[in-house]
Write a protein that binds this ligand. Structure first.
Ligand SMILES: [Zn+2]
Length: 334
């Protein structure tokens, strides 16, 4: 983490104004021995004040963040803010350009690559620059996600549970102010190295989102993501009160237990029995898996191990053993 990044940035973060540029990541390819891969970066700064770092496209098949953040940059003027907003709208740019969750260059998941290394493959080099040069500048970190290709999600602002009660309180307050229907407290069941985890470990007020999915992408979901303005106003960066406050009393839900994340026990075609926001009780069958090889055999039942509402479910029928089929959450008193 102490090694200097090999990534260069064409914009400066310190002077007032509104400007766009790029990160340049060294690459040597079959078509160019000497090359740089450009990742756009946008900065608006006006005087002293807090800094927000906003990212989208951490997963390349989640376009809610890129669209929202590019619109935000176009619409805001320097006079609209106090402080600074740094936007990386397409963090895993190769993946956004390819429409894939992971980078097609190195097959790496950006949200498992933090804090990266200066000598990593391209995804880890981008993560390392963001971890060492950008996130330390932030007071507020927002990383906009959705369920992408594989999961339908109820629209939420999300975060881990923090040991630091002061940090957790600030994150919950900021999360509620977004105005999404849900604030979702989640745990990591599929690895470490997340951008939000790293930002949280730096003590930053950190918000992620899960705003629908690729199939749910549209006017409603983009309205939810555009309410990031409410959080920027809450952080005293955006001067004017945004016109759309959203939900005044979001429901805080949590999936704290491993069994709340239901993984496929066998491979096959997943058939869901319940839909998002339906109430489920432990022991209830929430779906079944059909064998691709043995249509005559009984289906494999998918059983809920806990009570809760269906917060997320797999959107791709074809499922492999171990893939997440559903997530159950319960309202919590936070
Ligand atoms: Zn994502």
């Amino acid at each position: 983490m102490t090694e200097k990044s090999q990534v260069t940035c064409s914009v400066d973060f310190t002077s007032d104004g509104k400007r766009s540029g790029h990160l340049a990541i060294p690459q040597s390819t079959n078509s160019a021995g000497w090359a740089k891969y450009f990742v756009p970066i946008l900065v608006i700064k006006n005087g002293s004040g807090p800094t927000a770092v906003l990212s989208g496209g951490n997963h390349g098949d989640e376009y809610e963040g890129p669209v929202t953040l590019m619109n935000l940059f176009r619409e805001l003027t320097e006079e609209d803010i106090s402080g600074r907003i740094i936007i990386i709208p397409m963090l895993n740019h190769p993946a956004v350009a390819a429409g894939t969750r992971l980078s097609p260059i190195d097959d790496v998941n950006m949200n498992r690559a933090f804090p990266g290394r200066s000598t990593d493959t391209i995804t880890g080099m981008i993560a390392h620059f963001v971890a060492t040069e950008v996130l330390p500048l932030a007071d507020l970190v927002v990383d906009i996600h959705s369920g992408g290709s594989s999961m339908h999600m109820l629209p939420s602002v999300n975060m881990h549970r923090m040991d630091d009660a002061d940090q957790m309180g600030k994150m919950l307050k900021a999360g509620r102010r977004w105005g999404a229907p849900y604030v979702f407290l989640y745990r990591d069941v599929a690895g470490s190295g997340l951008l939000p985890s790293y930002a949280e470990s730096l003590g930053k007020v950190t918000l992620g989102t899960e705003m629908g999915s690729k199939a749910q992408y549209g006017v409603d979901m983009l309205r939810h993501t555009s309410r990031v303005r409410n959080v920027l106003h809450h952080a005293e960066i955006l001067r004017e009160t945004p016109p759309d406050p959203g939900d005044a009393n979001p429901i805080v839900v949590a999936a704290d237990n491993e069994e709340d994340y239901i993984m496929a026990q066998t491979s096959g075609i997943f058939e869901p029995f319940i839909e998002l926001s339906d109430q489920v009780t432990a022991g209830q069958q929430i779906g079944q898996i059909h064998s691709l090889e043995h249509p005559d055999r009984p289906t494999e039942p998918v059983i809920a191990q806990s009570d809760g509402i269906l917060f997320a479910r797999r959107s791709i029928p074809l499922s492999r053993q171990g893939e997440c089929l559903a997530v159950l959450t319960r309202a919590v008193d936070e």
